[in-house]
Design a binder for this molecule. Structure first.
Ligand SMILES: [Zn+2]
Ligand SMILES: [Zn+2]
Length: 386
């Protein structure tokens, strides 16, 4: 088999320094890494080829021999590529893969199990005023990571199992000897788990999850309010390689209503009555939030701004039983236009009111006197009262 030139393999010039070489190799290793190209024989070959080129060129002695005598020259040194496969490659360039995994593959060296929980999702849901009070069933569309159906979320191609990591033999740790020291580091091949996928799922690349647009049913309970968060357990992103799914949080916002206001579990509204109704009393129909009409009794002599409280007719309590209260305030309408006849009647009415007023003053003349006395008494002591 004709071997390609090592410099050509790494895509570097013959003058490239160690740093350039490392960079070029990292790029290729990341691109053709077996975890990223499951089952791809060509990628596997390119991965091995790049590893071999780097193994030779990073060693100044071997590089010198190679530069002078080519592939033939290396035969005599006992080096003949990585015949052993991945195991040798991973143990030779541990530092490079350490970096690669930290950047490219996530996880980090401290992970103890292969699976990791999925992320929580947050969704902003705006409800109408009525939906918040009475509850609602909503469907929301989310972009999320769902468990891979092909491998059932395990990350392994169906029919295959995980096997003991060939690099650390299942311990998750690799011991390297450096002079007198023996240094134990987390195995970069399996990330310290001790097991590796023999053949990662072709659909999800061994992740156990795939990107998906999903419809989530959100059951909004009666009585929710703006700013509340609903939690749907396990409806978030699927976990990595069978890890628990995250939660789905729905943040509630509520649109204002044109005639109702709300403070917690209490509802507030207004009803308009005529000034005649205010004086004589009567009935008025008030449209409730659910559209039904409620007949409200107006007492004789109702003052503008008077509030009536209807217990247990407000917003359902989210925690506990029953409802809050409904408060209705009276607005008294004053007509801006009256007919001639109405004016006559009002003037007559006014005349009677005036007579009533004069009678009152005559009947109780002492009242005003007493007030005046009080004021002068207060003045004598240096106080002033209105
Ligand atoms: Zn899969
Ligand atoms: Zn391992």
């Amino acid at each position: 088999m004709n071997k390609r030139d090592y410099y050509e393999v790494l895509g570097i010039s013959r003058q490239a320094d160690a740093e350039e070489m490392k960079k070029a190799y990292r790029k290729l290793a990341l691109k053709f890494h077996p975890d990223r190209n499951p089952g791809d024989k060509e990628a596997e070959e390119q991965f091995k080829e790049a590893a071999e080129a780097y193994e030779v060129l990073r060693d100044p002695k071997k590089r010198q021999i190679y530069d002078a005598y080519g592939h033939e020259g290396l035969r005599g040194t006992g080096f003949d590529g990585f015949s052993g496969g991945f195991e040798d490659i991973f143990s030779s360039f541990g530092d490079i893969f350490q970096d690669l995994f930290n950047f490219g593959f996530g996880g980090g060296p401290r992970a103890r199990t292969a699976s990791r929980p999925g992320d929580d999702l947050l969704y902003d849901l705006t409800l109408t005023f009525e939906e918040a009070v009475f509850g609602a069933e909503k469907e929301v569309q989310v972009e999320t990571l769902a468990s891979c159906e092909h491998c059932d979320g395990r990350g392994a191609e169906p029919g295959t199992e995980e096997s003991t990591c060939p690099m650390c033999h299942g311990s998750g740790q690799v011991v390297q000897s450096q002079g007198f020291f023996r240094i134990s580091t987390t195995c970069v091949r399996c990330q310290g788990v001790g097991r590796v996928l023999v053949s990662p799922c072709a659909k999800c690349n061994g992740q156990g999850r795939v990107r998906e647009s999903r419809t989530v049913q959100v059951k909004v309970p009666p009585g929710v309010d703006a700013g509340m968060r609903l939690r749907l357990r396990g409806e978030g992103a699927a976990g990595y390689r069978g890890g628990a799914a995250g939660d789905f949080f729905v943040r509630i916002d509520v649109k204002p209503h044109e005639s109702f206001e709300r403070d917690g579990e209490n509802l507030f509204s207004r009803v308009s009555i005529s000034f005649v109704q205010a004086i004589l009393g009567g009935e008025v129909d008030f449209p409730l939030l659910d559209g039904t009409l409620k007949t409200i009794q107006i007492e004789r002599g109702t003052q503008p701004g008077k509030v009536i409280r209807f217990p247990n007719e407000g917003v359902p309590r989210l925690k506990g039983y029953g409802k809050g209260d409904l408060f209705i305030q009276f607005d008294v309408k004053i007509p801006t236009h009256v007919t001639k006849r109405q004016e006559e009647l009002l003037k007559e009415f006014q005349g009677i009111e005036k007579e009533k007023g004069e009678k009152k003053v005559k009947k109780w003349p002492w009242r005003r006197k007493k007030t005046e006395e009080k004021n002068s008494h207060a003045k004598a002591y240096g106080e002033s009262r209105p």
